[in-house]
Design a protein around this ligand. Structure first.
Ligand code: NI
Length: 167
């Protein structure tokens, strides 16, 4: 297993739309494992392949308090959503920035697990938020794009400053 470098907003590669996975082979299984390790190390509760510059539809999530229930979802698709909730979100690609985003309260997501089995997950609360956030990454969208243009400009300026300090 290995840790993968995480792209940072506003890296243009975060805007790429990921392609569906055609077959779940060794490389996809290794990718999901490395992504989970990277997510735990960060630490974060979700990571999309887009964020590690792999443009295939794979996400990993763990919202458990014990950090031992990783979910790997291949080709995840929201097939139903209901209600609305507003939750403060952050993102490993936008370090140190948190803001409120309105999303569906409940979602039903269809996906393939790493054995290639078709599964359906019904989620609410934090897991529903996380699923929507990560699936959006696969479509090249980041949570800050839900915020005003002014806020996005401020975030870009703040991250540019951080990058200068750490460079
Ligand atoms: Ni994110």
């Amino acid at each position: 297993m290995s840790l993968l470098p995480i792209l940072r907003f506003p890296d243009p590669r975060l805007k790429k739309k990921a392609a569906p996975v055609r077959s779940i082979d060794e490389s996809i299984i290794r990718l999901a494992r490395d992504m989970a390790e990277t997510m735990y190390e960060a630490p974060g509760i979700g990571l999309a392949a887009t964020q590690v510059d792999v443009h295939q539809r794979v996400i990993v999530i763990d919202v458990s308090e014990t950090r031992d229930q990783p979910l790997s979802l291949v080709n995840p698709e929201i097939v139903d959503s209901q209600g609305q909730q507003v939750c403060e979100e952050g993102c490993l690609s936008v370090p140190g920035i948190y803001d409120k985003v309105a999303r569906a309260e409940n979602v039903v997501v269809r996906y393939l697990d790493l054995e290639g089995e078709e599964k359906t997950i019904e989620a609410d609360g934090l897991l529903a938020v996380c699923l929507q956030h990560e699936i959006e990454h696969l479509d090249g969208k980041i949570f800050v794009e839900h915020l005003s243009q002014l806020k996005q400009m401020r975030i870009k300026a703040k991250l540019a400053k951080q990058a200068k300090i750490t460079a």
